[in-house]
Design a protein around this ligand. Sequence first.
Ligand code: SF4
Ligand code: SF4
Length: 334
Amino acid sequence: MSLTFSPSRAIIELGYSCNLKCQNCGLWKKDYRKLRGEEKGDLTLRDLKRIQSELSELGIKRLSYIGGEPFLHKNILELAEHALGLGLYTAAVTNGSAFDEKKIEEIVCKNLFKAIVFSIDGPANVHDFIRGKKGAFEKAVWAAKFFRNIKNKSKKRFPKIYVYCTVSKLNYKYMYDTFKIASSLNANKLRFQEASALSKADLNETAALLGLPKAGWHAYINENRLNKEQREIAAKTVRRIKSCGFSMKVEAEASLEGRKNNVCHFAGRDMVITPCGKLLICPMLTSLEAGDLKKESLKEILASKSEAAASLAQRAQNGELPICAKCCVEKINI
Ligand code: SF4
Ligand code: SF4
């Protein structure tokens, strides 16, 4: 039976610059660009617009910008406006510390994003400790509130404000506090997901199964994963939060609700476009490239790599890959 790869969402990595130094993320620790094998230059604004146009032509309507910190990219608003003109639904994932009033007003008034996802790890001291910068919490909370105020004033529904909390052994005790913070921000949704915490063994075992080169440095090798007891406490907190009957939507990854967690909802449904134009099927497996958008069109890549990509997606969805059990990427089927 021939398999097909027809993603319904594109994630564009707008660059690897970041103003924070999070403990669960290795992006800032070494040259992430090297890990991604990107010595060549980044896609230009023109390239990015061409790719967005292709997404629209292919009927891929959902587009998310991530980074690094995507709001440090000088063209993000222009790109979002271009995407809006093409009828794409755009979202962005942010640490919340690169906004100013002007940027927020422009985003709201022009309806540039359907959703902005704020990463919040807990109360101020916990968040700032994990994020590696004093004042990071205050900035994120200020920005989320300012969005709310401008939206109310201008009677706009978008962007929806989502709070995503990445749970690790550093903050599992503060999940209820995060719920209170998200409620106080009138967030439209709160999501708890476990932090990616890979080991070299998981990576090498996965590489061997897929016939990829042995893994070297990886941005998500850390020892911050919850142990069994901590996960049980986290799951109990999720139950408590969900029983509050609050109007805000609350989602949690299966492992944080006491269920098995090795099924990927990302591979096959989404694709990642790196700053230099590589197309990845899985953001964690950087050596598994589907193609190069500087050399080929998206349509050509999807047609030629369809089978390989769909086969990876199927293995990930079957829970065959050791890396998948410890990866935070999209374990919630939305
Ligand atoms: S998790 Fe996000 S905010 Fe933190 S260092 Fe990595 S890219 Fe920056
Ligand atoms: S769960 Fe597995 S296939 Fe899916 S994104 Fe994570 S590492 Fe990749």
